[in-house]
Design a protein around this ligand. Structure first.
Ligand code: GDP
Ligand code: ZN
Length: 344
């Protein structure tokens, strides 16, 4: 939550810039009731959710105000820090206007058919990548999310849920596989939303900063989120009913404050996201253990697939890079070539 009360020079500058654009006639006040003279001075806020032309902004005291936004602002998403002005007199519907958006620490982008890449959530610190043996454990999907985490600069945390379903043998095998990830530098937690196993460790991970749960449908993301924040399922329903957006609400992302500290962004639309807006080079750099080998291939435009003198392949042969991860890398490249839509 934003605690700052006073605006910085930079913030004032940004507002002034937007104001100028507006005066030049590129923007009209969002509505008659929000003309300058009916607005309080600018203050900082946090965007809890954004839907259509509106956003719910939380002020420094935790009060939530539904706002319009100046048309000069290109995008406002859940998790954004904004500068906004509240209406002097509340009408009970749209009671403020967003003037400017602060620079984002991180941003999650989603491919959109009409707009190309669209931001859907901002300032996320931790990407909790959830997997489970039921429906099926896929290391390749984990690797896809890890690439996405590396690309966005959001710290990943691997979570294997449904630990209660693991047999002794499965647990041994899984621990071996996860050890590989640990060696690369990725932490993991073995959890059960059902029995509560490992939940304390999860709490420690999320108790500061902003986290998001991602992973395939059915792995237990909602169950885990409900464990962290009892009543979340009910809150989600309430948002859907109030916003009057019907079915579209399933893709609205929303920020929640966890009772024990830390924030959670729930974004059904990006719980599962593909990688096809990444280039092959970005996928390569998303496999962070390849880094020491990059630049050492015989050919500068080496694709690291079957090229002669490839340092990555050499690393695999030497046992320095795990074969599983390398195979996974090839699989991602192959699937990207297939998935890439024609409009990109
Ligand atoms: P989501 O699609 O990722 O949000 O998954 P849900 O939270 O809806 O869970 C999918 C199914 O898995 C539900 O039937 C849950 O009851 C079940 N489930 C979730 N967590 C666990 C767990 O830790 N153990 C077991 N056995 N089942 C779980
Ligand atoms: Zn190579």
């Amino acid at each position: 939550m934003t605690k700052k009360k006073h605006l910085s020079k930079q913030q004032h500058h940004r507002i002034a810039q937007n104001e100028q654009k507006r005066l030049r006639g590129r923007d009209k006040p969002a509505s008659a009731q929000l003309a300058d003279d009916v607005l309080e001075p600018a203050e900082p806020g946090l965007v809890l959710s954004r839907f259509g032309q509106h956003a719910d902004v939380e002020d420094a005291q935790g009060q939530v105000v539904r706002c319009n936004m100046r048309r000069t602002i290109s995008s406002v998403v859940t998790g954004d820090s904004v500068i906004w002005r509240r209406a002097k007199q509340s009408t009970g519907s749209i009671d403020g206007v967003i003037e400017a958006v602060e620079d984002r620490r991180t941003v999650l982008l989603r491919p959109d058919f009409y707009d190309g890449l669209k931001p859907v959530a901002a300032n996320i610190d931790l990407m909790i990548i959830v997997s489970a043996i039921l429906p099926a454990l896929s290391l390749n999907i984990i690797d896809r999310y890890l690439v996405a985490a590396e690309k966005t600069g959001i710290k990943p945390l691997l979570v294997i849920n449904k630990a209660d379903l693991l047999s002794g043998d499965e647990l041994t095998q899984l621990t071996e596989q996860l050890h590989l990830y640990q060696q690369i530098g990725y932490d993991y937690l073995l959890l059960s939303a059902k029995t509560g196993q490992g939940m304390q460790e999860l709490l420690q991970q999320v108790h500061s900063g902003t986290s998001i749960f991602v992973g395939q449908s059915g792995v237990g993301k909602s169950s885990l989120m409900n464990q962290l924040m009892p009543g979340l399922a009910a809150a989600t329903r309430e948002v859907s009913e109030n916003s009057g957006l019907g079915q579209h609400t399933t893709t609205v992302s929303r920020l929640y404050h966890l009772p024990e500290g830390g924030d959670l962004i729930d974004s059904p639309g990006i719980r599962e996201f593909a990688l096809w807006h990444l280039s092959a080079e970005e996928v390569t750099s998303g496999f962070i253990e390849f880094a020491p080998w990059l630049g050492q291939c015989k050919f500068r435009d080496c694709k690291h697939i079957s090229d002669p003198g490839c340092a990555i392949q050499h690393g695999v042969q030497q046992g320095e890079i795990s074969r599983e991860r390398y195979d996974s890398y090839l699989k991602i490249l192959a699937s990207m070539a297939q998935d890439k839509p024609h409009y990109f």
